[in-house]
Structure formats: C-alpha cells, structure tokens
Design a protein around this ligand. Structure first.
Ligand SMILES: Nc1ncnc2c1ncn2[C@@H]1O[C@H](COP(=O)(O)OP(=O)(O)OP(=O)(O)O)[C@@H](O)[C@H]1O
Ligand SMILES: [Mg+2]
Length: 361
C-alpha cells in the first residue's frame, strides 16, 4: 500500500522542505543575503546601538524606534535580528508585520494593513514580549498623509504593538512621528568593521584576494557593507575557471567592478589636464574613457577626491568644486557626455589659472 503525502486545506500536497533543500537555496543566494547576520551578535561595527537595544530587550521594554543612516550599514539586518531574538523563527510570522518600499506606501496601508495587524490580539506571544512588531522599512518613501495617519495608530496601539521606522534620512520623517520614537543613528561602517566582516566571508567562501585588493574594497565602499559584498562576489566569480578553481582577485578587478578609475589612470588624467594644451587633454581623456570603459561621473568623483590632496587657494578650490558640481548636475539631467567632459577639463584648467601654479601636499 502506498501512502499519499498529506494534503493542505486547499488540496495541494504538502512536501516538507529538507535541510539539504534549505542548504542548496542558501548556496544560491547572493552573498549580501547569504551573509546577512541572523543574530545581533553578528551585526558588526554598530556596538553602541546593539548594546542599547539588548538592554531594552532584556528589560522587556522595547520602545518605538527609528533607525536611520546611510545604505548598507545594518538597519534592516538589525531589526530582523531583534525580531528573531524576541519571537524566535516560529512566532516571527505571526508577530511581525514587515512593510518595505516595494509595498504600497499610501494611507490605505496604514488604514488597513497596519491597523488590522496592530488591533488584532496576539495568540503566539511569549510572556515577556507580549507585543507585536511593525517594521516600516524605507519609510522615507511613505506619503506625508500616511505618516500623519500613522501618528495616531502608534499611540492607539502602543499597548500591544511596537513600531520600528527605518529610513536613510531622518529629516524625511514627519517630526511628530519622530518624537514618538527612540532614534538610533547607524553610521557608515568603519574600515575596521568592514574588514572584520569581510574576513568572515573571505574565509567562508575560500576567496583568494590580494591584500591591496582588500584595501581598495574597504576604501571604495565608503562604509557600505552591501557594496563590499556586491563587488567581492562578481570579482570572485570572474576568477573562477571552468574547473571551479578560483584565481586571485586583484586590485584592478575591484576598481573595474566598482567602475572607478584605477590610481594609475587618475594620475594620467591629472597629468594631461594639468600639463597638456586643451585639445590634447580632451583627446587623451576621451581615449582613457574609451579604453577603460569609464563614465564621466566616475572621473568627476576621482578628480574631486584627488584635488583634496592639493593645496589650493580658496578661490581656486571654490571655482573647481562649483564647476565640477555644475557638470555633475547637468550630467544627471541628461547632458551630453562629450560636451560635459570638455566642460570638466575647462573647469579644472580655469581653477588652475586662478591658482597660478600648483603645489601637492
Ligand atoms: N553592520 C553589519 N554587519 C554585518 N553585515 C552587514 C552590516 N550592515 C550591512 N551588512 C551586510 O549588508 C547587507 C545589507 O544590509 P542592510 O539591509 O541591513 O542595510 P540597510 O542599512 O538596511 O541599508 P538600506 O538603507 O539600503 O536599506 C546585509 O545583508 C549584510 O550582508
Ligand atoms: Mg534596509
């Protein structure tokens, strides 16, 4: 006699996912997800925030919270780890309502989804944490009317619900809403914190990488851990041959993947713009751009960073930065790349005229 697999209420066969299925799924995840810390202990470089949150959890008195700060610093990761710690994997689904930018962010969500979730009584609460959690990720995308409506909902359901609002910029959140939350500012991750986390991934994935490539990754990421992993994974894949054996990730690969000119190219760009006549400089810059597949936006950023190391008169620096910002603005509005490239060279040359000679620090 054969036994049929059990049926769900809708008549579909229920197949239990084996742990090896779960392992395979995990293997296929992008590294940013695969290495998203699942516990608060694993969240790196935000020690003050984690220790404060821990105290709140231990005391069973979680306030409404606002997490804000730049991308890839651990805001979403931290609240998910908190939720897991509070409820465990089993009750997570019943106790947590997670809304992010992919959901509708209008007044209807507040009126319907959030209100319904917050007002229904919880059956799965444990004795200590008898409140539910509403996570409003990327809340800067919520309409003003929705934010206004939320003020009332937060107050009304404080008895059984806590809210965690997550945003990149606190100033985009309604001040009345802000005053109802305890604020936590996530700073860009420090180079040391990035290195610590990077080492974990490098070891787990057996990545071979030059020391200066690690340095470049840490510098170019500017505190964004997501960016680090999103650059490391394709670099590692690119070095993996058909045999599955990976070669070493080099500094040039990191720069290429980030889309930044390598230091040697930046030096060539600087030399031609500073020393050559305008026509030669335009041709040389165009050639470097074509050879390296660079966009003017990347070059503008590299020039601005490079000139930070030069001693310039205030008038010259102002002319330089104003000019480069203007070009960046025009580019973002659809300005012609070739014309704006000539413009950028003109901006640097004019700043150097004002300076009347250049001294590197
Ligand atoms: N503090 C951290 N410790 C360890 N890994 C981190 C940390 N911050 C970010 N990461 C890594 O970067 C990925 C993205 O992090 P997360 O989603 O928490 O960023 P975020 O701060 O919510 O950014 P955004 O503002 O863009 O939503 C995570 O999956 C994880 O791999
Ligand atoms: Mg996030």
């Amino acid at each position: 006699m054969t036994t049929e697999p059990p049926k769900s209420p809708k008549g579909k066969s229920i197949t239990k996912t084996s742990s090896s299925d779960a392992d395979t799924r995990r293997e296929l995840l992008p590294w940013v997800e695969k290495y998203r810390p699942s516990t608060l202990n694993e969240v790196t470089g935000q020690d003050n925030i984690i220790s404060t949150v821990r105290k709140f959890i231990t005391a069973g008195r979680l306030p409404h919270m606002l997490f804000y700060g730049p991308p890839g610093t651990g805001k979403t990761t931290t609240i998910l780890a908190i939720a897991r710690e509070l409820y465990g994997e089993k009750s997570f689904r019943h106790m947590v309502l997670e809304l992010n930018a992919s959901d509708d962010r209008g007044i209807d969500v507040v009126r319907n989804q959030i209100k319904t979730f917050a007002s229904t009584r919880q059956m799965f609460a444990n004795s200590k944490h008898n409140f539910k959690l509403v996570i409003l990720d990327e809340a800067d995308a919520m309409t003003n009317i929705a934010q206004n409506a939320l003020r009332r909902v937060i107050e009304k359901y404080t008895n059984n619900t806590r809210f965690c609002i997550i945003a990149n910029y606190a100033h985009k959140i309604n001040p009345a809403l802000l005053s109802r939350c305890t604020r936590f500012r996530f700073s860009p991750m420090s180079p040391e914190a990035i290195r610590t986390r990077l080492d974990v991934v490098i070891a787990a994935e057996n990545v071979k990488i030059d020391a200066d490539a690690v340095d470049a990754l840490v510098t170019l990421a500017k505190g964004d851990m997501r960016k680090v992993l999103n650059v490391l994974q394709p670099c590692h894949l690119a070095t993996t041959g058909e045999t599955g054996v990976a070669a070493t990730v080099t500094v040039a690969m990191v720069y290429e993947c980030v889309g930044c000119p390598v230091p040697a190219d930046v030096r060539r760009l600087m030399t031609t713009i500073i020393e050559d006549d305008w026509t030669t400089a335009v041709r040389t810059v165009a050639k470097i751009k074509a050879d390296r597949g660079l966009a003017l936006a990347d070059i503008l950023e590299a020039l601005a960073t490079e000139f930070e190391g030069y001693e310039l008169k205030p008038e010259a620096r102002i002319a330089l930065l104003e000019g480069l910002s203007e070009i960046e603005y025009r580019l973002s509005g659809g300005g012609n790349e070739a014309i704006q490239t000539s413009g950028a060279i003109g901006v640097v040359k004019r700043a150097l005229d004002i300076q009347g000679g250049i001294v590197q620090e």
